[in-house]
Design a protein around this ligand. Structure first.
Ligand code: ADP
Ligand code: MG
Length: 377
């Protein structure tokens, strides 16, 4: 089964989708979901899931460890299919095209709707780096209770969509939010290139001030981008700017708000100096920003529970440190994994060796404690 052929979704048997969903549900309480439970969750007669499961394992939508033989788990690819199936079922997308970007923790594809309008699909993949490190740490692996790459990827997508919607509705230059499901966000396709690919501009000073103006406007609305740099700013031929990438946005009420704001400003100043030989004479400071609106509160009100709220109020780094210091059931091992990854201990050798049975070469050999409730159909 080729990757992301939405056409292929049509050939997927209804029962195969039901089995995938059953595993997603089972993973709320099981690291590996026993076959009997899958059969009953999928409403199949005992043993009925066997053939379907071997097909799903063959196509790497589902993982099965022959040594443990305790049960099955969803792979990232399997999770991708569930999200794509949901998005196609409600006609948000009709086809998936080329990969157009790879972010820190995401893959971006061109997608289209039934009228052939092109859009962008961002698939959040939190833990992609950290889990490689975890995978190589056998001791750690044995001791872990369970982790939640699915939970974090899902929350990251939900958070991104919530911010994008609030910003778009308020008239900020951000992609149009179209839909999201699980770890996938569908949005408008931005016309332009990331600023990092722009070699020359007519008037760097003008562009610099435009970027600062957006940053100040964000802050006046109670928000700080938190990753405002040349990779997350798209510039069109006409010089129009679009800001992307929102999962790490923080409120101006955040205890480190000033630090994040100044860091955003500094990133742009550094880039303009290096790339365009432009030295800014003036730039905004957090203290001078007059906060008139509270879009951050609007985002918070958009239906996240307490744990999610925490994610919304902090960036992922802070969340990782918090969870490492104060492990709560589901987030414990991912937090440790991320922190150990920060130590730079990733073992790429082991990664390569281990990747054979994975969806597409990266590991998500983890428990999804928070598979969501969305129905695929
Ligand atoms: P990450 O959070 O992983 O950094 P981004 O949202 O920054 O992911 O996206 C990664 C890259 O994909 C961007 O640098 C950009 O080149 C491309 N991209 C992202 N969103 C869009 C979009 N809506 N339209 C066009 N290209 C996009
Ligand atoms: Mg980015």
């Amino acid at each position: 089964m080729p990757r992301f052929e939405v056409g292929m979704l049509r050939y997927m048997e209804h029962e195969e989708m039901r089995v995938l969903q059953a595993i997603e549900t089972g993973m709320k309480n099981h690291e590996l979901v026993p076959r009997s439970l899958i059969s009953s969750l999928a409403g199949l007669r005992h043993g009925g899931a066997y053939k379907i499961l071997s097909t799903l394992v063959r196509y790497k939508l589902v993982g099965y460890d022959n040594l443990k033989s305790e049960g099955y788990r969803l792979t990232f690819l399997g999770y991708d299919y569930l999200a794509l199936k949901a998005l196609t079922s409600r006609d948000s997308i009709a086809g998936v095209g080329n990969k157009i970007g790879v972010g820190k923790e995401s893959d971006i594809y061109i997608v289209c709707d039934a009228d052939e309008n092109q859009m962008a699909l961002k698939i959040h993949r939190l833990g992609r780096t950290s889990f490689r490190a975890i995978k190589s740490k056998r001791d750690y692996h044995r001791n872990r209770t369970y982790a939640s790459w699915i939970t974090l990827s899902r929350l990251s997508a939900a958070k991104e969509f919530a911010y994008m919607k609030v910003l778009y509705d308020r008239g900020f230059p951000v992609p149009k939010p179209v839909d999201f499901n699980r770890h996938c966000v569908v949005m408008g396709l931005v016309d332009g290139f990331p600023l990092c690919n722009v070699k020359v501009v007519d008037k760097p000073g003008k562009l610099f001030h435009r970027l600062m103006k957006i940053l100040v406007k964000f802050a006046e609305c109670g928000l700080i981008h938190g990753d405002y740099n040349e990779f997350n700013l798209m510039v069109s031929e006409q010089g129009d700017v679009t800001v992307i990438d929102f999962p790490q946005m923080v409120s101006t009420e955040h205890e480190n708000a000033e630090y994040y704001f100044d860091r955003d400003v500094q990133c742009i100043r550094d880039f303009f100096r290096k790339r365009f030989d432009f030295e800014a004479e003036a730039w905004p400071s957090f203290a001078d920003v007059h906060r008139a609106e509270r879009l951050d509160e609007l985002v918070n009100a958009s239906g996240f529970d307490a744990q999610d709220q925490f994610l919304l109020h902090s960036n992922l780094d802070a969340f990782m440190k918090y969870a490492a210091a104060k492990p709560s059931a589901g987030e414990e091992s991912i937090a440790k994994g991320a922190v150990s990854d920060d130590d730079g201990n990733a073992d790429s050798q082991a990664e390569e060796e281990d990747s054979g049975d994975e969806a597409d070469g990266y590991d998500e050999d983890e428990q999804a404690e928070g598979a969501d409730e969305d129905e695929v159909e």
